[in-house]
Write a protein that binds this ligand. Sequence first.
Ligand SMILES: NC(=O)c1ccc[n+]([C@@H]2O[C@H](COP(=O)([O-])OP(=O)(O)OC[C@H]3O[C@@H](n4cnc5c(N)ncnc54)[C@H](OP(=O)(O)O)[C@@H]3O)[C@@H](O)[C@H]2O)c1
Length: 262
Amino acid sequence: MDLGLKGKVAIVTGGSEGIGRATAQSLGREGAAVVVCARRADVLERAAQDIAEATGANIVAVQADVRNTLDVERVVQTAVDRFGHLDILVNNACTSAAAPFESVTLEAWQADLDLKLFGAIRAMRAAVPHLRQAGGGSIVNVLNLGAKQPGPRSVPTSVSRAAGMALMKALSKELAADNIRVNGVNIGLIKSGQHERRWHSEGARGTLEDFYVENARRSGIPLGRVGEAQEVGDLIAFLCSSRGTYISGVSINMDGGLSAVV
Ligand SMILES: NC(=O)c1ccc[n+]([C@@H]2O[C@H](COP(=O)([O-])OP(=O)(O)OC[C@H]3O[C@@H](n4cnc5c(N)ncnc54)[C@H](OP(=O)(O)O)[C@@H]3O)[C@@H](O)[C@H]2O)c1
């Protein structure tokens, strides 16, 4: 199936590792030019080079922190300056934060909202005028299952993510007249840099694959495994593509069947 992404221009925040990197790879493989951003310049540059080599696509790396408005505006401006227009925004950059309610300080609540909710708001504010000017486009917010199904000890992330889902829904209605589609992806457990770091910090016992197998078992994932980042990247590429043009205002669970809610 041709996804019709050739000639499209995309931004993927947090595109140096895990789900963001896999998304940049999927979009690049389908012929889109991609601007990726992240904070660690060395990891980002290496990822951009690897993706460009693997896909033959134009991949541009811009060091940026999504908590910084000027950084985010620079990422969007780079995409437009380098490629002339902007069609796709994937809000993915984040780190997880989940703890018992009474242990989370007010500062930690604000920091999480600033990263997860305001990070996406900053990028949307900068990108929407360009998407409109291009005649339409697609935005995908990477969220988590807690947005729909908040559990105990899941704050502040589950709350920040629920707000991200409301943002996605509200903008899908508001921007539809400009042919801008807005969707979300609710992640369960996906292989990525953050889990690899956790495996290291817990002593790197056994192989990384053993760690994932044990996590899948403990979480009770019905499909019996932790998902691959590329499976998420491919879903996001489809949502952004000309094959997904009637899909807007939905948030899709990417969780191997784990969630009890649709
Ligand atoms: N993997 C899962 O099981 C899972 C579960 C639930 C939700 N998610 C969500 O999926 C998304 C991707 O997670 P992942 O697992 O792929 O994580 P990951 O492997 O740790 O990758 C995170 C990416 O975001 C970048 N990043 C982090 N903070 C940033 C900031 N302030 N500004 C710019 N870039 C930033 C990181 O690079 P730098 O550190 O260099 O900035 C990296 O490129 C996140 O939104 C996460 O919350 C993932």
